[in-house]
Design a protein around this ligand. Structure first.
Ligand code: ME8
Length: 535
């Protein structure tokens, strides 16, 4: 393991205010695809997800259900772990901010912050949005009230829901001291924020001036206590952001934790929604600068899945607190788990917002999975079994060098695919593989193996055609495996090539010309049965 490069990737830790929905699942699948791809490409991956259990929002959700916050979190946590298991999420760790390791790390952070001189005690008097767990200044609120004509009602400038007035003693983090250092950091790391256009948003926010941040609360209890001021609990974001470091040993005792931290930190990718960029690209790096720890390599910000609000006709962000969330199970019932994963990764551009459409789900599933990929596998495996006595054809030496429409489509495919996968361009990466799948389907029509099979003089040609098709299938299965792991493993099993997925050197695995002859071929059921139109 030690000689493989480390690749540490994280999802946001989700609030335990309601069950997970398509949006939450979207981000988690996006990370899972990257984690699976990197494992296959030879990285030593750690993939972390988890739950953000403290704060006012969770406390209020618990109260509304007549439960203590801890009992509430414990009761809801399985809704997350279960759906991740169903959706084939391959996380290596699952953190909950109420775990002892997080309490220890946060208290350790407070001590380091105190030593650093970047915190001080004061009092906060301003606005707070509970659904967003975010502070807003008088000026931000006034500006937004004016722009939105809210007439005396103070609504959150970000999400439009009512704000609370908060006046309390608080510890502050001197965020204002980091403006220049952050701007210098962005200059030196232009790909810290991805996609690139989001960097401008972050930069102009910082250029506009930073205010010190209230990082402890005294008006409620549900949080991690300050080690040196027991009346205060940690502001939920100050706690939550640290989870990424906690999970690789930050603030934990023992040599193993220290070695883990040295190897894994800084993370390669925090994948987050565009709603929480400022926390990850401004506050989090400033916190790390304050305590002298390295800053993660990239924050990848994806767009939102949107749903239409029937009252206003507008698209709005699907969210747990808005109550407009669609449960993953509804889509799984329609497309199956693998169809579900494929649809969202194929059809939503990761940097942009994507409207949910059940019609599109139908179309993409039928066109790509049922008619193109599923059909290719079924036809080619059937023909191999039929014409070669249940086996893969034995091909003469040098067959792989002979050109065909398939070698043309497969040439340079891995490089093009990897270039897209490396930067989360999943629809483009899938397009590359689907071009090979499409070429293989055409090749069947043009080469007409059923006609070759009738002529014994064409036996070598038939072997060449079928061998090429199976080779295209083998390569496609490896490249599609991060998206649809179980069906791709099944395809390889049907070719007696099980155990190959995640074999460390994806580039070598995908080089043309490796399908062995004489392997048993199993025909099996349709991988992706066509969806029937419902009336
Ligand atoms: O913000 N479309 O948690 P959260 C796409 N606890 N993605 C969506 C989405 C949508 N409609 N809705 C949510 C928090 N997401 C904090 C994070 S991290 C240290 C703390 C995804 O439960 C998206 O990735 O509100 C978003 O950033 C995340 O869920 C927010 O989840």
């Amino acid at each position: 393991m030690a000689d493989k490069p480390s690749f540490y990737i994280t999802t946001p830790i989700y609030y335990v205010n309601a069950a997970p929905h398509l949006g939450t699942a979207y981000c988690t699948i996006m990370c899972d695809v990257q984690a699976r791809y990197r494992r296959a490409a030879g990285y030593d991956v750690k993939f972390l997800t988890g739950l953000d259990e403290h704060g006012q929002k969770v406390e209020e959700a618990a109260e509304a259900h007549g439960m203590t916050p801890q009992a509430w979190c414990d009761s809801l946590a399985p809704a997350f772990t279960d759906i991740w298991q169903t959706l084939e999420i391959s996380n290596d760790d699952f953190i909950r901010t109420t775990q002892e390791r997080q309490v220890r790390a946060v208290q350790y952070l407070w001590e380091r912050m105190k030593e650093s001189g970047y915190i001080y005690k004061g009092s906060y008097d301003g606005w707070y949005c509970v659904p967003e767990e975010t502070y807003f200044t008088e000026t931000q609120v006034a500006k937004s009230d004016e722009a939105n004509h809210t007439e005396g009602q103070h609504l959150c400038p970000d999400c439009g829901r009512p704000l609370q007035r908060v006046q309390e003693e608080s510890w502050f983090f001197k965020l204002s001291a980091f403006q220049d250092r952050l701007l210098k950091f962005y200059d030196e790391h232009p790909d810290f924020v991805m996609p690139g256009f989001r960097m401008n948003e972050v930069r102009s926010f910082v250029e506009g001036g930073l205010q010190d941040l209230s990082v402890s609360r005294t008006s409620f209890d549900w949080g991690i206590r300050l080690p040196f001021d027991n009346k205060h609990v940690t502001y939920v974001w100050f706690d939550a952001l640290l989870n990424y470091a906690t999970a690789v040993g930050y603030g934990q005792p023992g040599e193993e934790a220290a070695a883990d931290y040295a190897r894994r930190w800084p993370a390669q990718y925090h994948v987050v929604g565009k709603d929480i960029i400022r926390f990850h690209c401004v506050i989090w790096p400033a916190m790390l600068m304050a305590i002298g720890e390295p800053i993660p390599e990239h924050v990848f910000a994806h767009g939102f899945l949107m749903v239409r609000n029937e009252e206003t006709g507008q698209g709005e962000k699907m969210s747990k607190s808005r109550g407009n969330a669609i449960a993953p199970q509804d889509v799984i019932d329609m497309l199956g788990v693998e169809g579900y994963r494929y649809y969202f990764m194929r059809d939503v551009k990761p940097g942009e917002d994507g409207a949910i459409s059940f019609n599109r789900m139908d179309q993409v599933y039928n066109a790509d999975l049922a008619n193109s990929w599923g059909n290719l596998v079924s036809r080619a495996l059937n023909m191999s079994a039929k014409y070669f006595d249940g086996k893969t054809p034995v091909l003469p030496a040098g067959w792989a060098e002979r050109e065909s429409p398939l070698t043309e489509a497969a040439s340079g495919l891995y490089e093009r695919y990897a270039q897209h996968m490396d930067v989360f361009e999943y629809p483009e990466a899938i397009d590359e593989v689907m071009a090979l799948v499409g070429a293989a389907n055409h090749y069947i029509e043009d080469a007409k193996p059923w006609a070759l099979a009738k002529d014994s003089a064409q036996a070598d040609e038939l072997a060449f055609v079928i061998g090429g098709l199976l080779e295209a299938i083998r390569i496609s299965a490896h490249l599609l495996a991060p998206f649809t792991p179980e069906t791709c493993a099944e395809v390889l099993r049907r070719l007696s090539l099980e155990g190959e997925i995640g074999a460390d050197d994806l580039a070598a695995t995908c080089a043309w010309g490796q399908i062995p002859g004489g392997l048993s071929v199993t025909k099996g059921d349709a991988l992706f049965p066509r969806l029937q139109k419902k009336d």
